[in-house]
Design a binder for this molecule. Structure first.
Ligand SMILES: NC(=O)C1=CN([C@@H]2O[C@H](COP(=O)(O)OP(=O)(O)OC[C@H]3O[C@@H](n4cnc5c(N)ncnc54)[C@H](O)[C@@H]3O)[C@@H](O)[C@H]2O)C=CC1
Ligand SMILES: O=C(O)[C@@H]1CCC=N1
Length: 268
């Protein structure tokens, strides 16, 4: 992060994802005074970090991170278009906003990386996929890796067209798991449990299963089989969940297809 200490970092938009990233960078030792945040609604947390808020921007920061809603990009980008010295790396996490449209606004010679993180970034357990345009050097990629690894794992894509599927799978994915907690708790209530107990059991089950999946060398399929006694209760439930026509696989396929489709729509 030496380059950032010397040249500064600009963060455009500091909502849920911007603040998760900023918290990760500060925890990694980025100096607050080198970070310049632009956001019309700075949170109390942001004000307490010691970063520069809505002040003058350095003309050629090491990195400018774009974390506003895709619909806000049009209004927000002109502020950044004047920045950069040809070596300033632009890093966008906006869903659906393509490298081509970013280059159109920021200059076709600008190095730009498009990335897709997810909200577990807030606890350092995110996963981000990224891809850069032709102007991005190995140093830029390393810089982006350093910044994004402060909030979790990082993978590099081979082709930008993969980004819509990534957005549908891991970008939006935490919401599917949270909804599963809601649905499991609701189902427990339908079987006679009190709401608080049902929610406690559902949350703890998802957290425990996620930890086990993380710690164990076994595949998800093996971990599933380990729960499933022959002709037992789990087998009865999985017969419903694994039904080819009405089970979870076709439902999840439709959900992720809808998210990927929306990601493509946002690019229009
Ligand atoms: N929330 C999520 O799970 C994920 C979101 N993303 C992407 O991250 C981006 C930000 O999403 P969130 O953090 O969830 O949204 P958010 O609504 O929490 O944050 C957006 C921030 O941008 C600020 N803002 C609005 N207009 C602005 C302007 N003209 N200049 C500067 N700042 C401005 C708002 O005040 C707000 O603090 C979006 O593009 C989204 O597609 C990517 C991965 C996951
Ligand atoms: O819902 C959205 O559009 C953003 C992108 C991925 C997760 N949240």
């Amino acid at each position: 992060m030496q380059d950032i200490d010397a040249r500064g970092l600009v963060l455009l938009g500091c909502g849920k994802m911007g603040s998760a990233m900023l918290a990760g960078w500060l925890a990694r030792g980025v100096q607050p005074t080198t970070v310049h945040v632009v956001d019309p609604n700075p949170s109390d947390w942001l004000r307490g970090t010691g970063v520069q808020i809505n002040a003058g921007l350095p003309p050629a920061p090491a990195v400018a991170v774009l974390a506003v809603k895709p619909q806000m990009m049009g209004a927000a980008l002109p502020r950044l278009a004047a920045l950069g010295d040809g070596d300033t790396l632009f890093l966008s996490i906006a869903a659906g906003t393509t490298l081509a449209s970013l280059a159109h606004a920021l200059g076709t010679q600008s190095p730009i990386i498009r990335a897709m993180p997810n909200t577990p970034a807030a606890v350092g357990a995110g996963i981000t996929a990224m891809i850069g345009n032709a102007q991005v050097s190995a140093d830029h990629l390393e810089q982006a890796e350093q910044l994004l690894s402060a909030i979790g794992a990082v993978v590099t894509l081979e082709d930008e067209s993969q980004m819509d599927a990534v957005t549908g799978l891991s970008g939006s994915g935490p919401a599917y798991v949270f909804h599963m907690i809601e649905a499991m708790a609701q189902a427990g209530m339908s079987q006679g449990l009190a709401p608080d107990l049902a929610m406690q059991l559902a949350r703890a089950t998802v957290i425990g299963a996620a930890k086990l999946a993380d710690d164990s060398p076994d595949s998800a399929a093996t971990l599933r089989q380990n729960v499933t006694s022959p002709n037992g209760t789990t087998a009865a439930a999985l017969a419903v969940l694994m039904d080819e026509a009405t089970g979870l696989p076709p439902l999840m396929a439709r959900a992720i297809k809808a998210a990927a489709h929306r990601s493509r729509e946002l690019a229009q």
